[in-house]
Write a protein that binds this ligand. Structure first.
Ligand SMILES: C[S@@+](CC[C@H](N)C(=O)[O-])C[C@H]1O[C@@H](n2cnc3c(N)ncnc32)[C@H](O)[C@@H]1O
Length: 282
């Protein structure tokens, strides 16, 4: 599906807009909500996970990062290769499925940047564990993906209400309810591309990151603005007013001994005073 979308030059498959020239401007362009604020990029090893087709990897490289782009779609990678050549920056491009990052050694990246693609994965925990493995201690992971509640609602407005296509607790792909639902639009262009999409729950994401050895240090829910108060009932803009379209979750891989509990010496068993007895705790 991503080959189909990329060949038709739909959203997320072309470097849209033009980043400013200043370092601060480039950072704002790539990371408008400042989720990587304070994270050093110059000299950092950055993995753009499923980051083909757009500006982000090229901007990381312009900011001095040693940048690798990993994506399943050859056309998405080709688009970044051409952009990098035009912008005179070097990137490493790797094709593969993000469920298997075995091509990368443990702790080989300081930043993993993962925009809008976990939704295409059935086994999110497997990906998150792989991310945790390749992230170096002290490293930062930034994930953005579809909001799990809102994804279940698109295209379902009827008789004044929205109704989920599947329950929040069902971890299956979210079904399509109409051709409109699986049609991507860009200006006048329309393309039917039924990508298989999963609305991974917060519980899955947070626990998956923890299983990957990360701590979660930020969660955000948002709709792409600006809000349209007069949006037509049933439209995406209307749903965006009621529920957030996207989530962002940031993780850090702690350096060994980062937590006070790690530094405390192991507690010695208390020695009971002679002649006393204690009830066993249940
Ligand atoms: C919405 S686009 C994101 C593109 C770019 N990161 C951006 O933000 O503009 C999703 C990307 O995920 C890639 N992708 C989808 N499934 C993948 C998988 N299983 N492994 C690796 N990449 C995948 C697609 O080829 C596509 O480039």
């Amino acid at each position: 599906m991503w080959e189909r979308l990329a060949k038709a030059a739909m959203n997320y498959t072309r470097p849209f807009g033009r980043p400013p020239k200043s370092r601060a401007g480039m950072r704002r362009f790539m990371d408008p909500r400042g989720r990587l604020k304070g994270v050093r990029l110059d000299g950092a090893r950055v993995l753009g996970l499923a980051a083909g087709g757009g500006w982000d990897p090229v901007i990381f490289a312009k900011l001095g990062a040693e940048t690798t782009v990993f994506d399943i779609s050859p056309t998405q990678l080709q688009t970044v290769r051409h952009l990098a050549a035009r912008q005179r920056v070097k990137l490493r491009l790797v094709r593969g499925n993000m469920k298997d990052l075995s091509v990368f050694k443990d702790a080989s990246f300081d930043v993993v940047w993962h925009c809008h693609s976990l939704v295409f994965i059935d086994d999110a925990v497997r990906v998150l564990k792989e991310v945790g493995r390749v992230l170096a201690p002290g490293g930062t992971y930034l994930l953005s993906t579809m909001h799990p509640t809102t994804l279940r609602l698109y295209g379902t407005y009827k008789d004044g209400g929205w109704r989920p296509k599947i329950s929040y607790f069902t971890d299956k792909p979210v079904p399509y309810v109409s051709e409109w639902d699986m049609t991507w639009t860009l200006g006048n262009k329309k393309l039917v591309a039924p990508t298989i999409e999963f609305g991974h729950r917060f519980e899955t994401i947070v626990n998956g990151m923890v299983a990957g050895g990360m701590v979660v240090d930020g969660i955000w829910e948002f709709s792409p603005g600006p809000p349209e108060p007069d949006a037509e009932p049933g439209s995406e803009a209307h749903l965006d007013l009621l529920f957030p379209a996207f989530i962002e979750v940031r993780g850090k891989k702690p350096v060994p001994g980062a937590f006070a509990a790690d530094r405390r010496p192991a507690a010695r068993p208390a020695v009971a005073a002679k002649g006393t007895s204690r009830r066993r705790a249940r």
